[in-house]
Ligand binder design. Sequence first.
Ligand SMILES: [Zn+2]
Length: 94
Amino acid sequence: MSFVFRCVMVLLVFSFIVYVMKAIARLSFNLRGTIRDVSKLRDQVGGRPESSAEMIRCASCGSFISTREAITLSSGSKAKTFCSQDCAKVYLTR
Ligand SMILES: [Zn+2]
């Protein structure tokens, strides 16, 4: 009886170890995926500021805005950039 009990215990311990190993493997896999995501994110974040850090001046109020937020109006060969549509309107009606 005690032999059977010991067998069951060994089996239980073994299955527990396998379970833990699987959990660790899955965790490290997830972690690796997260690290990859983070580095990808960092690449995106690192690549973006150069374009968004480019500041241009609003032709109407003179405030500096990033090129991504700017509104560009082109009349003929000239292109004017504005910080908002209101500024563009103000400039056009002036
Ligand atoms: Zn403006």
